[in-house]
Ligand binder design. Structure first.
Ligand code: HEM
Ligand code: HEM
Length: 187
């Protein structure tokens, strides 16, 4: 059930790819919808963005719990200390980003006094009470957090591709659920 050095569990692999696809999709969705002119369709897209975002928060929280139980993966090949540090930092930023984005979205929503609906199901009723600090802070974190997350996703994907195709150490294969063998001295 738990990850080993040579093989990741299907839970780790499943969580990683569900969250990866959802987060990349939500980053693109958010940027696209924000630039649309005001219309009822824009409102509908906001509703879908918020609904998916809250589901991402639930799944990402389960994933973090799983990550704490399992510990972060040990890299398959030995690399310079600075590269190892960047990879670790990227994992932390990515994992925190997956919860900070939906939480800051919720701050905007609640700070605006609006209701919270998940695909038409009302989770929180409209309060009508605005909290400018909460919505403003949420907005800043959502906007800048989104940009920071994009930078780290790009770094992370470049790193993964380098390991798989230049170092040929099977890093992506392992995250695809395959058993890999490595010459690392960390075995
Ligand atoms: C096409 C996009 C992606 C690829 C190819 C990819 C690939 C990988 C690979 C190969 C690993 C294993 C690294 C290792 O063994 O040391 C990994 C780990 C990780 N990835 Fe990605 N990734 C992608 C997108 C994302 C996204 C969008 C996120 C989150 C926003 C993310 C978050 C993480 C985290 C937190 C880890 C650490 C291990 C874990 O918690 O499961 N990845 N990724
Ligand atoms: C993984 C989860 C999420 C991601 C990756 C994400 C990403 C984004 C991005 C990149 C933008 C465009 C920001 C900009 O460039 O200014 C955006 C906008 C927005 N997001 Fe999210 N979001 C997520 C979850 C949520 C949630 C849960 C809510 C609300 C409960 C939410 C509410 C909004 C709103 C209201 C906007 C428009 C902001 C504006 O009009 O200025 N998001 N999102």
């Amino acid at each position: 059930m738990k990850d080993t050095f040579e093989k990741f569990s299907s839970i780790t692999v499943g969580f990683h790819w569900i969250i990866a696809i959802a987060v990349i999709g939500m980053l693109a969705f958010g940027i696209y919808m924000e630039d649309l002119p005001d219309s009822p369709e824009k409102g509908d897209l906001y509703g879908i963005h918020i609904s998916i975002g809250v589901i991402v928060l639930v799944v990402a929280s389960l994933r973090i719990t799983w990550r704490i139980i399992n510990k972060f993966p040990i890299p398959l090949s030995t690399m310079p200390k600075w590269q190892e540090r960047i990879a670790k930092l990227a994992h932390w930023v990515l994992i925190i980003g997956t919860v900070m984005m939906p939480i800051s979205g919720l701050m905007m929503n609640l700070g605006g006094g609006r209701s919270l609906n998940i695909f038409g199901y009302e989770l929180i009723a409209e309060s009508g009470i605005e909290n400018e600090f909460l919505s403003g802070f949420g907005h800043t974190v959502h906007e800048f957090g989104g940009k920071l997350l994009i930078i780290f996703v790009v770094l992370h994907v470049i790193g993964a591709i380098k390991h798989q195709f230049i170092d040929k150490d099977g890093t992506i294969s392992r995250m695809a659920g395959k058993r890999v063998i490595s010459n690392s001295d960390k075995l």
